[in-house]
Ligand binder design. Structure first.
Ligand code: KIV
Ligand code: ZN
Length: 389
């Protein structure tokens, strides 16, 4: 059986940009959109056109400039939102309107003061209205993670019958466990009679740190699109991180999936988003964090230097992260010290390294990290001590 494609729907410019402090102007959004296209994403959610004139303009400009990727605009299940999205997407070669409504009882009661039947009608009307403007209409059932599965199946069937090409099943609050989310997707796959007429999409938030695991559970149970952001940016604890799902799919080929993402661009893309959005990446972030390919304890360094695969499952060059780093700290061992000394031109024998290591530890205990300059000083002091003997 040949591998199946997972469509990557990037929402860095919409869900990611909702993060306080991450707001972008049109020029910045357009630049990021072009880079996302070059990275190989299939769908770019460019913004929420009704939300502000600035965002409308950004979506319009992105729609004009992007060539291959589908450009998508968000709307609520409200006619004037859908019309604004359609208008902003007019210049796009492949426009998609993303419309939807909350389907959990909590949303139905607390947000809309409504009923399940009325919400189902509004969902269908929104999709039908969007279909007047574009062929490609994605429907989101907001808070699907906490929506009753029977009702969710009815909504999904009705919106597909109304013309939805993609059905998005968001775990809006990041509540689901991977099994639960996977079972929800499997349930839809099995219960909705017309499900083969649409692509199921995962849109998972990271409130419990499960967004990536939930998205992977989703595709293992029948979803074929993942909504994600660079660096996992997004509301509250963020969205599924694009670099994580792409690399899970790549590293676990037995899953039988592939994406169109050029993995070597993942680190440059992460830096570009971090700089443009003025949002630092946590150092221990998988794939793109500063420490993702750094080894600092003696046991790990020794194993890594004997064979990189002992402690690394990804070659950092494959994700554009350059070389792995051997960081020297008070927890480092002799082999790491010898390796770093050799890298800057010193070749000491085993006895020298034993002796130098004691001096190294004294320095290391006073510092967070022993850097190249310290190594030069240690080596020079040691060499002159030998000369005076
Ligand atoms: O988290 C969510 O439910 C959303 C929808 C608007 C798709 O972002
Ligand atoms: Zn979201």
């Amino acid at each position: 059986m040949s591998d199946e494609k997972i469509f990557i729907f990037d929402t860095t410019l919409r869900d990611g940009e909702q993060v306080p402090g991450c707001k972008l102007n049109t020029k910045e959004k357009v630049e990021l959109a072009l880079q996302l296209e070059a990275l190989g994403v299939d769908i770019i959610e460019a913004g929420f056109p009704i939300s502000s004139p600035g965002d409308f303009h950004s979506v319009e400009e992105i729609a004009r400039i992007v060539k291959d990727a589908t450009v998508c605009g968000l709307s609520r299940a409200v006619e004037k939102d859908i019309e604004a999205a359609a208008q902003a997407l007019k210049p796009a070669r492949r426009p998609r309107i993303h419309t939807g409504i909350g389907t959990s009882d909590s949303h139905i009661r607390n947000k809309f003061n409504s009923t399940r039947e009325e919400i189902l009608q509004r969902a269908v009307q929104a999709v039908k209205w969007a279909k007047n403007f574009v062929d490609d209409v994605e429907f989101y059932a907001e808070d699907a993670g906490r929506t009753d599965n029977d009702y969710l199946a009815r909504v999904v069937e009705a919106v597909i019958a109304a013309g939805a090409t993609v059905v998005n099943i968001p775990d809006t609050t990041g509540y689901c466990l991977p099994d639960q989310y996977g079972e929800k997707i499997a349930w839809l796959k099995n219960k909705v009679p017309n499900i083969d007429k649409a692509i199921i999409s995962c849109h998972c938030h990271n409130d419990l740190g499960l967004a990536t695991a939930n998205s992977i559970a989703g595709i293992r149970n029948g979803a074929r699109q993942i909504e994600c952001t660079i660096n996992g940016l997004g509301e509250r604890a963020g969205n599924t991180s694009l670099e994580e799902v792409v690399m899970v799919i790549k590293q676990h080929q037995q899953l039988g999936f592939y994406t169109g993402i050029n993995a070597q661009e993942l680190n440059p893309m992460s830096r570009l988003v971090s700089d443009t959005m003025r949002m630092p990446v946590q150092p221990n972030k998988a794939i793109v964090g500063a420490n993702a390919f750094s080894h600092s304890s003696g046991i790990h360094q020794d194993g890594f230097l004997k064979d990189a695969s002992t402690y690394e499952i990804i070659n950092p060059e494959d994700v554009g992260a350059g070389e792995s780093r051997i960081v020297l700290t008070a927890r480092s061992g002799r082999s790491a010290l010898a390796f770093r000394l050799q890298k800057i031109g010193y070749s000491f024998n085993r006895n020298d390294i034993d002796a130098l290591y004691q001096h190294f530890l004294q320095v290391a205990d006073t510092k967070k990290e022993v850097v190249e300059e310290d190594l030069h000083q240690l080596s020079k002091a040691y060499q002159s001590s030998l000369a005076t003997v």
